[in-house]
Design a protein around this ligand. Structure first.
Ligand code: NAD
Ligand code: A1AUG
Length: 547
């Protein structure tokens, strides 16, 4: 039976999820501690693939280690095989028939409920899994797994309502024009990174919100938090088959999915290298596809803080410490290059930056008081320490840090390197760790330095100008227009909020489809224009045909 449309429903106003602060003695600190204690007692968990709403135990096992104590595993998970991927595609296509025809208000209700499950019932479990599995402190986990994910769903619903409301301005006499926003034919492949639990939820959830079905391949380093995300989406009412959860060997699972004729789009967040490879692989399969696939990818960055001589030094230093080192520099938006005028650097900036950085406590992120946790895993540890070695070999001046210890967990101390070489290796390549490289410029070279920032890397993700002189802000804003998709003034380069600063960059940083905005939804719909005539033609010829 079809569902009647008996009203034009309005979705609730979207507000950002109120953040909890976890201060000593607060009820939220007690609740999170209890969730952590329980999770530590119960681990390791077993995680299956979820296909058509059913748990699939393939027996092909892999493990997600705890980065601050890598001998311990948070979960053992069952990897998807090519047969599981095939079943996931077939099941998703079958589920799509009902899902895309479901009235919008029903789909909206599912995601609004998911947001409330994140704010309430699942909050502390999601946070605990993100802290243990991805090495986040309580605050970093709160920003991500609670606030950002709830915001993605609540604001997403609002944006879809706005998208659907976009209708043709004009109707000729006797005609009614409409546009409907169809889901894409086929399925979306969502491939998510380790560093934000929320991004996994959004990569699979955003296409589903507009009626698509998705195969979700999570990062091997975020399996458990993403599995909980899938569970809450199911509890919220996402029907079986609409989001298939298929962890597994990345190359194999992804290659299988993108070789399907029904592959309709890639929703990717991760490194530039992998995204470029996938784009090329998709291109090689182009003749197989039923339609041109949509390719959306948000990727790496080499984000800058440019300090002008008129800047408030205390603010610039504090913002830089947070921007560079929070979550161990493993945010795509992390500040990893700092440009400071000589007068400020020698006039107290350097001392303040050093003394503030020295005060940072590094250790187990589930212990209150630690500001930094471990980096995510062996590969990241080796890559970051490799860059530290390269920087030492190239003659960088290490003013703090440069040391690391992987005996128990993957710990890298916050590191600051000063260089006189504007193309220094850690000034141009993405390190993705707690490593900040400083370039000190002559005060008179402000504009030249802005051009240097613009031209010296392939990326264009985030960046900040610190200045109190308006002219300096304007100059930097103009020169750096294409150097950052998220540009900040007297604010750090990290911490974009859904509904406030739509997120994404261009150049080698991504397709800039702006997660957390209406733009992303355009990428996962294919509009159909409908023209209905109410008055029949009485003749076929035009007045211009008369003589
Ligand atoms: N721009 C953004 O919004 C944004 C947000 C978060 C992270 N990032 C970027 O992500 C990177 C860190 O995340 P990561 O380490 O998880 O990235 P990654 O590229 O290593 O992995 C991302 C995803 O791709 C999969 N993958 C890896 N190799 C693959 C292959 N050969 N074929 C198919 N799939 C493959 C992984 O399993 C994972 O699911 C950084 O470069 C960071 O800047 C960007
Ligand atoms: N949106 C986040 C970064 C996400 C990528 O890692 C920020 O703005 O800091």
């Amino acid at each position: 039976m079809s569902t009647p449309t008996l009203a034009a429903f309005k979705v609730p106003q979207a507000d950002n999820e109120p953040m909890k602060h976890y201060a000593p003695g607060s009820p939220e600190r007690a609740a999170l501690q209890a969730a952590l204690d329980t999770m530590k007692q119960e681990l390791p968990f077993e995680v299956p693939c979820i296909v058509n709403g059913k748990a699939v135990f393939t027996g092909k096992l892999a493990k997600q280690p705890i980065p601050h104590a890598h001998a311990t595993f948070l979960c053992t998970y069952h990897e998807a095989t090519p047969e599981v991927v095939d079943a996931a595609i077939a099941g998703a296509l079958a589920a799509k028939k009902e899902w895309e025809l479901m009235p919008w208000s029903e789909r909206a209700a599912v995601f609004l409920k998911a947001a409330d499950l994140i704010s309430g019932k699942y909050r502390y479990r999601l946070l605990a899994a993100t802290m243990l599995g991805q090495g986040k402190t309580a605050w970093q986990a709160e920003i991500d797994a609670a606030a950002e994910m709830a915001d993605f769903f609540r604001f997403g619903v609002k944006y879809v309502e706005q998208l659907y409301a976009q209708q043709p301005e004009k109707n000729s006499q006797g005609v009614w024009n409409r546009v409907e926003y169809r889901a894409l034919e086929g399925f979306i492949l969502a491939v998510s990174p380790f560093n934000f639990t929320a991004i996994g939820g959004n990569l699979s959830g955003a296409p589903a919100m507009v009626g698509n079905v998705a195969l979700w391949k999570p990062s091997p380093m975020a399996i458990y938090a993403n599995y909980i995300t899938h569970q809450l989406l199911t509890e919220a009412g996402v029907p079986a088959g609409v989001i298939q959860f298929i962890p597994g060997p990345a190359e194999e699972v992804v290659a299988k999915a993108i070789s399907s004729p029904d592959f309709a789009g890639l929703h990717f967040t991760g490194s530039t290298f992998v995204f470029r490879k996938l784009w090329k692989d998709i291109a090689l399969n182009l003749d197989k596809y039923k339609a041109y696939p949509r390719i959306v990818g948000e990727t790496g960055g080499k984000n800058f803080h440019l300090v002008h001589s008129s800047a408030d030094v205390a603010n610039a230093v504090h913002q830089t410490v947070r921007g560079a080192f929070e979550y161990q520099g493993q945010k795509c938006s992390a500040c990893s290059r700092l440009y400071v005028p000589k007068s400020l650097w020698e006039g107290g900036f350097k001392e303040k930056l050093l003394s503030e950085t020295k005060a940072i406590k590094v250790g187990d992120p589930t212990e209150w008081g630690n500001f930094l946790g471990p980096v995510i895993g062996r590969f990241a540890y080796d890559k970051i320490t490799g860059y530290i070695k390269k920087a030492k070999d190239a003659g960088g001046e290490f003013i703090i840090g440069g040391t690391a210890d992987d005996s128990k967990g993957f710990f890298v101390q916050p590191t600051i390197i000063v260089t006189k070489d504007p193309s220094f290796v850690t000034l141009v390549e993405e390190v993705f760790g707690p490593v900040l490289t400083v370039y000190v410029y002559e005060d008179g070279d402000f504009e030249k330095t802005a051009h240097l920032i613009d031209e010296s890397t392939q990326y264009g993700l985030t960046g900040s100008i610190f200045a109190s002189e308006r002219k300096a802000v304007l100059t930097a804003s103009n020169i750096l227009r294409n150097a950052a998709g998220n540009f900040y003034i007297n604010e750090k380069s990290t911490g974009a909020v859904v509904g406030q600063q739509p997120f994404g960059g261009s150049r080698a940083s991504g397709t800039n489809d702006k997660a957390g905005s209406i733009s992303i939804f355009y990428r996962f719909v294919s509009a159909r224009s409908i023209k209905e005539g109410f008055v029949g033609l009485e003749d076929w010829s035009y007045p211009s045909n008369l003589v």
